[in-house]
Design a protein around this ligand. Structure first.
Ligand SMILES: [Zn+2]
Ligand SMILES: [Zn+2]
Length: 450
């Protein structure tokens, strides 16, 4: 049954309080509450967008709905193209598996929650799966507080995985352009996932002037325009992640309970320090890295003294250095390295069980646009059974009957039908009902199903 929302009411708040799921893109989703405020939807508001946290039932996977600030929304063509330009590895699955929602992705028939405001609200939003693990911002905080310990080997492995992610992006002629503490996630198996790819550079995409130049603490000092201001156009180029990659790897290897206090929003270096590589503090960190691993110390020094992206160490250099540091133990060096997929094939993550599997790109494209869940073979089989059972249940609850005016076949909920009959009224299809406003008060048109 549909419920109306007060004119100034908040669609997400209303939905949260209902406690019910709506079926969007074949997934049963409901908003998650703010951990400290049970009647407020959990969301993160960044410059470009508000991101709402959703829970998928019954699998308990977390999803995100991104609603752009209208003035900061890149063009539709750009957003669609981004998902097609990035490499088809699971490390980018939050972007390769995202859906551009329209009101048509909302399946009212199988939604427990239905409201008048929701179809308009979801139009133009982006639905994306949450990645496993925690952001580097969260992990770095816990490491500084001494609540979390990571071995040198784990750190080297995650650093290696990050270098390989960037190598992969470069191989596909992409730059993320905002590699920073909130956009890099570290999973329990030391795999690294990248999020927020909506500032992506690719040679075939037009420059997006409303995208970010980066995050303080990670922006190369050489991306200023002639007037001394940071300029997004300066990082709209190949290899634009190399400087931030060096800083992130240094953080992965250095941050712990003895690390110096965080700068900016949690970074190792302040933006001002990055402009002065001969600063005592910066030198002390290069030395500290050098003591952990000499070659990494040298690569960081090179990045900090670089005059442009081309003179920063390439990800392939980092990969070689980190693989050597992990030693001759091939098990560690190779177990989690991103591998290039064959042409036309993407690695995806099952949206029920979380298992990675492979899919052809045309099939992925069709599932995404149709709004079907992306499921591994086993989960798809189970889902088909559930859908079949749901459909028969729906048909039992909504028996076929005939419109009294045009005689077309319609389905009407059995309780509604019984009420109409006992009141001596006849069922009407939606079209006939809309043509006869005088009859509208007799029953609610939304309960008629075709
Ligand atoms: Zn599965
Ligand atoms: Zn009719």
């Amino acid at each position: 049954m549909s419920t109306s929302i007060p004119m100034n009411g908040d669609v997400m708040e209303h939905w949260l309080l209902s406690g019910k799921s709506a079926r969007i893109s074949g997934l049963d989703l409901k908003p998650l509450a703010h951990p400290a405020m049970p009647s407020t939807p959990r969301r993160v508001v960044k410059g470009q967008a508000a991101v709402y946290f959703m829970q998928q039932s019954p699998h308990q996977n977390t999803w995100l709905i991104k609603k752009f600030t209208p003035s900061r929304r890149p063009s539709d063509t750009y957003l669609q193209a981004v998902s097609r330009c990035i490499p088809g590895q699971a490390e980018f699955f939050t972007c390769t598996q995202r859906r551009f929602l329209t009101a048509g992705h909302l399946d009212r028939r199988y939604s427990q929650y239905v409201s008048d405001g929701l179809p308009d609200w979801i139009e133009g939003t982006i639905l994306m799966p949450a990645v496993p693990g925690s952001s580097w911002a969260t992990i770095a905080d816990s490491l500084r507080e001494g609540e979390l310990e990571l071995s040198c080997e784990q750190r080297l492995r995650a650093a290696l995985n990050l270098a390989v992610c960037i190598e992969c992006l470069e191989a596909w002629e992409c730059s993320h352009r905002d590699i920073s503490l909130n956009n890099v996630f570290w999973a329990p198996d030391d795999r690294v996932y990248l999020i927020d790819l909506d500032s992506l550079y690719h040679k075939d995409l037009p420059f997006q002037s409303n995208t970010t130049v980066g995050t303080l603490g990670y922006i190369p000092p050489f991306t200023r325009s002639l007037d001394g201001q940071f300029d997004a156009a300066c990082s709209w180029c190949p290899h634009a992640d190399r400087f931030a990659l060096a800083v992130m790897i240094a953080e992965f290897l250095l941050v712990g309970p003895d690390a110096p206090e965080a700068q900016e929003d949690g970074s190792l270096f302040s933006q001002a320090q990055l402009a002065q590589p001969e600063d005592d503090f910066v030198k002390s960190q290069v030395d500290a890295l050098w003591r952990i691993n000499r070659e990494s110390g040298i690569l960081l020094w090179k990045a900090l003294h670089a005059a442009g992206f081309e003179s920063c160490p390439a990800p392939v250099h980092w990969r070689a250095v980190l693989q050597r540091a992990l030693g001759s133990n091939r098990r560690h060096a190779c177990s989690s390295v991103v591998r290039n997929m064959p042409d036309g094939v993407s690695q995806v993550v099952c949206e029920h069980c979380g298992r990675p599997w492979r899919i052809s790109q045309p099939r992925l494209e069709s599932l995404r646009s149709k709004g079907s869940p992306i499921l591994c073979g086993d989960c798809l089989q189970n889902q088909m059974l559930t859908w079949k059972a749901e459909q028969s249940q729906h048909e039992r609850d909504h028996p076929l009957t005939q419109c009294a005016e045009c005689h077309s076949a319609i389905r009407l909920h059995k309780d509604k039908l019984a009420r109409l009959q006992s009141a001596g009224k006849s069922p009407l299809c939606r079209t006939c009902l809309e043509q006869k406003p005088s009859l509208r008060n007799s029953f609610c048109p939304r309960t008629i199903h075709y």
